[in-house]
Ligand binder design. Structure first.
Ligand code: ZN
Length: 288
């Protein structure tokens, strides 16, 4: 059973603990998800287990890594490499994982365009290969792009060469499509080990997790997606949403919630920035 191994596998999302409003049902969903990895890209790959989104299930979070540091420890030890939020300014970053997906990503791009918001998209390499036009549109629209692996494995279970190949393979695809290499990495499920963080640091990457989880991978209706975001989004928030999913996932809630999320956060005085812009603000604040 794939999911059972998660127990020993993973570190994780200490912050998500704060964000999951209903850890019991989250845990239950994870259990349901266990036996049904979603085959989606190319049919043979079982990479994107949509049912668990990018937040690891509660059961996994409760488990401590038998070896290695927790995510919280890694964040304290490598503050310049691993981020979950930006500086405490009235800025927030919308981030969308598991793109591109022709069912959902173009609609999100349209909403963002209408509202003049730049966001950050974390791209799965195998999907980018299939939908290069959506990647081109993201770049034309001025969004930032990060690396979300080639086929969405849990990094904590990979050997170093496997991990590196996930990053580099996707990077090469994106470089061919866009002309640049993304410097941002978002690990699937937020899961990453210390040697992997060090490898990323030594090569100048930033690992970008999140501190606000919309839980939209559960195919939630618009009001719940909106409330999950608005209840937790504060200064410097990095907000996790999805712009793609497995066969059974429905992200209409995400798409429909977005205009309201934007309107209400603006009303509260927040400005939307990309993750690279947020990092610049952080750097400026530090050097003061
Ligand atoms: Zn993902």
């Amino acid at each position: 059973m794939k999911r059972r191994q998660i127990g020993r596998a993973t570190l994780i999302l200490a912050l998500a603990l704060l964000m999951v409003s209903d850890p019991v049902s989250a845990g239950r969903s994870a259990v349901l998800a266990a036996g049904q990895p979603v085959a989606e890209i190319g049919g043979s790959s079982r990479e994107l287990n949509r049912q668990s989104g990018d937040a690891l299930p509660a059961a996994a979070r409760r488990q401590r890594r038998s070896k290695g540091l927790s995510l919280g420890q890694l964040k304290r030890k490598y503050p310049d490499t691993l981020m979950v939020q930006g500086p405490r300014l009235r800025i927030v970053a919308l981030t969308f994982d598991d793109v591109p997906d022709p069912r959902f990503t173009p609609q999100l791009l349209e909403v963002l365009r209408r509202n003049h918001v730049k966001a950050t998209f974390f791209v799965v390499g195998s999907r980018a290969e299939k939908h290069p036009r959506i990647i081109a549109q993201m770049v034309r629209d001025g969004h930032s792009i990060g690396n979300h692996s080639y086929n969405h494995p849990e990094f904590g279970r990979l050997s170093m060469p496997e991990f590196q190949s996930q990053i580099i393979r996707t990077e090469n695809i994106l470089r061919a499509q866009t002309g640049f290499k993304p410097r941002l990495i978002r690990p699937p499920y937020g899961d990453i080990s210390e040697p992997q963080v060090r490898w990323a640091r030594d090569r100048g990457y930033k690992i970008v997790n999140w501190n606000v989880d919309s839980l939209d991978w559960k195919s939630l209706p618009k009001t719940q997606v909106r409330n999950n975001i608005l209840a937790h989004a504060g200064k410097g928030a990095v907000i996790l949403q999805h712009g793609g999913g497995g066969q059974s996932s429905n992200l209409q809630g995400t798409i429909q919630a977005l205009p309201e999320v934007i309107r209400i956060l603006r009303k509260r005085g927040y400005t939307f920035v990309t993750v690279p812009q947020m990092l610049e603000y952080g750097g400026a604040q530090k050097s003061k």
